[in-house]
Design a protein around this ligand. Sequence first.
Ligand SMILES: O=C(CO)[C@H](O)[C@H](O)COP(=O)(O)O
Length: 218
Amino acid sequence: MNVQLALDRMTIPEAIEMARTVQDHVDWIEVGTSLIKEFGMDSVKAIKKAFPDKVVVADMKTFDNAKYEFELCYQAGADVATVMGAAPLVTVETCMDTAAKYGKTVMIDLLHTSADQQAYLFRYETAISCMHVSKDEQEQKGHALHSTFHAGELTALPDGLKLAVAGGITLQSLPNLLEMRPFVVIVGSAITKAANPRQAAFDIKQVLEQHKEIRING
Ligand SMILES: O=C(CO)[C@H](O)[C@H](O)COP(=O)(O)O
């Protein structure tokens, strides 16, 4: 299981500083959509330059123009780029083709997709599928990830699926989510807005490590 630090709503120097503070306790670093929208590919280039050994995720949220947008991300140094699963299938397929050409990875954001769409998207075995509750759903509707995706739905997840989870994840909500056996746990605000981000990242990583041990031993 990997912890992906999501960097949003900050400047590039602030993002680098935050990532430096917590780098020992996170595995992947996400250049958040807000950074990409505000600063463009300079944000991806700067993060990859500062952290060449980390997996860098460009949260591009592509919905169209897939080849152009994914090439921008991969040429800027991203190891993973995101596409919206609700986009036309030709867009998702073009992302998959571009990733294969560059030897990189696609993360498919399942925000606002139906169960049928998800079942289809799970066929892209080399992609990471991200269960995501959006900021607006959290803030305006009070939705939370661990109550949005129920155990019944999880049985439909194919074996070997590389799953990511994202959206308002906290130290408290994490244990429930681990039942989904995620490959990537994406955490933003619970680390970046914490009084002590390094401690917050450490605590989250500890929970993942403990869960791994329980699974191995029990
Ligand atoms: O994709 C995102 C917003 O669209 C964020 O990266 C994701 O939600 C993680 O951040 P947070 O933990 O603050 O919700």
